[in-house]
Design a protein around this ligand. Structure first.
Ligand SMILES: [Zn+2]
Length: 502
């Protein structure tokens, strides 16, 4: 759980701990229940019941307020409300209590999901609440009443009595699953189906190596099970790959390019970290452009319809951004990352038996340590003891060399070529001139002249690959501690011809 008034650049840093774990949900599959239908119902009821318990404090707090002390030290009466639920599609379906395949937010017909112009409105919360309230009066007809209102017969969904909340509004866009793993995944498949796969892969291979763009050496048509990151990398080159490419049977490629471009525009506009009315207008326009040109995929026989819940979900993006801020405020990538920190790592810290209590203790301790550390950093009187200076920052260490050099004699040429010390000779000559010189300081001309006419009386030098900085001799210690060390080695080859870089 996180709160809405934290700036997003702080929220997105897991180290700032702006998301806190409020509970673990049971992972039981209820396998002892033989009927699949009743098992699903029970699991949904269990989920909602757990959530009700977790969010129970929000009921009174949202109605009458609680006193909270802000970062500025002022205590105010605060009314915390349940505003957003961040989750992927199956989680949204579970929360909204609708059927898989439907839009969890609005009442659009499943067979019209691919149509931009079908009018739909947000699910009517009051109608749903009225249907849910018939449970005690008419248990026999409960299922039918709920079904008419567009909700599964859940007994007391968790959002039922949360003040000033509309669960259907609170479901947020999900860039990772809806756009990258959803719509762009479809788009790449449609586009590669429209053209010759060999042509597309050949164009992929032609891309010159570039620092920012991943090169798909084997092309993109044969890849499967891709991550969101890989889809993002593909989207960067997709339009460039297909531009000016001919469709097999002489169909005009213009609508295809337009629809691809429109979806890519939508993808990038939807991720803007800041929006204006103009960028939101462009976001809506790019979706209209896609729908105006999508017929090309039907004409090419790639799709029969566009009734995909993920594609439909784009309709709700602009309004969600207006309501809750830009999409990076409710990105599921952060919560997936937190799943590792707060569930997987916590589990690993246990002995895997009766782990639940151990996990909560582990988390509690971690949070306490962090809170204490934050306090120490903030407290003005404590600063000297808290600043931990990295050891490498201490310059008063004693320079220590090993007794014997790593290499007894390295040719001066090799120092330049292999060790990369390009001006070693000049620097050594300068050192010799300056250390021999006595009398008034040399002018820079005299110094250059002296350096030029100094001959080095040897052609090789011993080389040390390691320097150590140890605690100073006057520190009173009997044993010197190593504060820092520097290792320098030229590139070398192992016996198996593996090159280890410098
Ligand atoms: Zn919808």
């Amino acid at each position: 759980m996180t709160i809405g008034n934290i700036p997003k650049d702080i929220r997105r840093k897991p180290s700032r701990r702006t998301n806190v774990l409020v509970g673990y949900l049971p992972t039981t599959q209820l396998l002892h229940v033989s009927s699949a239908a009743s098992r699903r119902r029970m699991l949904a009821n269990l989920f909602h019941h757990c959530f009700s318990r977790i969010l129970n404090p929000l009921k009174d707090a949202g109605n009458t307020g609680v006193e909270m002390t802000g970062g500025d030290g002022i205590t105010r009466r605060t009314l915390p409300l349940f505003a957003c639920f961040v989750g992927d599609y199956p989680e949204q379906v579970l929360v909204a209590g609708c059927k898989t395949g439907q839009c969890p937010k609005c009442d659009i017909d499943r067979t019209k999901l691919g149509d931009l112009n079908t009018t739909s409105s947000y699910r009517d919360l009051q109608k749903v609440l009225d249907a849910l309230s018939t449970f005690d009066d008419d248990p026999a007809g409960y299922s039918a009443t709920c079904s008419k209102a567009g909700i599964k017969p859940i007994v007391h969904p968790f959002w039922e009595s949360l003040p000033h909340s509309d669960v259907y509004l609170s479901l947020t866009p999900d860039v990772l699953h809806q756009l990258y793993q959803g719509v762009t995944k479809h788009l790449v498949a449609w586009v590669t189906a429209a053209f010759d796969k060999k042509d597309i892969d050949a164009r992929c291979r032609c891309l010159p190596p570039n620092f920012n763009i991943r090169s798909f050496a084997k092309g993109i048509t044969s890849l499967s099970r891709l991550t969101g990151k890989e889809h993002a990398d593909m989207c960067r080159i997709l339009l460039g790959l297909i531009i000016d490419m001919d469709l097999p049977d002489g169909t005009s490629p213009i609508p295809l390019i337009r629809s691809t471009r429109a979806l890519l525009d939508f993808l990038y506009l939807a991720q803007y970290p800041v929006h204006t009315s103009e960028t939101l207008r462009l976001l809506r326009q790019s979706l209209r452009d896609f729908h105006a040109n999508k017929h090309v995929f039907v004409e090419l026989g790639i799709r029969e319809n566009f009734n995909l819940p993920k594609l439909h979900s784009l309709i709700h993006y602009a309004e969600s951004i207006e309501l809750f801020g830009t999409t990076d405020n409710y990105n599921t990538e952060y919560t997936e990352r937190l799943h590792i920190d707060l569930a997987k790592d916590a589990y690993r810290a246990t002995n895997h038996r009766n782990e639940y209590a151990q996990m909560t203790v582990w988390l509690e301790r971690k949070e306490k340590i962090l809170r204490h550390q934050t306090y120490l950093e903030w407290h003005p009187g404590n600063t000297p003891g808290v600043t931990i200076r990295p050891l490498s920052m201490g310059y008063n260490g004693t320079l220590t060399l090993t007794k014997w050099p790593s290499k007894k004699a390295v040719d001066l040429d090799e120092i330049v070529t292999e060790y990369g010390a390009g001006f070693f000779r000049e620097a050594l000559r300068r050192y010799l001139v300056l250390s021999k010189h006595s009398g008034p300081p040399l002018t820079s001309n005299q110094l250059e002249y002296a350096i030029l006419y100094t001959n080095l009386p040897f052609t090789s030098v011993p080389v040390y690959h390691k320097l150590k900085f140890t605690t100073p001799a006057d520190s009173g210690r009997t044993k010197h501690l190593t504060l820092d060390a520097i290792y320098v080695r030229p590139e070398r080859q192992t016996k198996k011809d593996i090159v280890i870089p410098a």
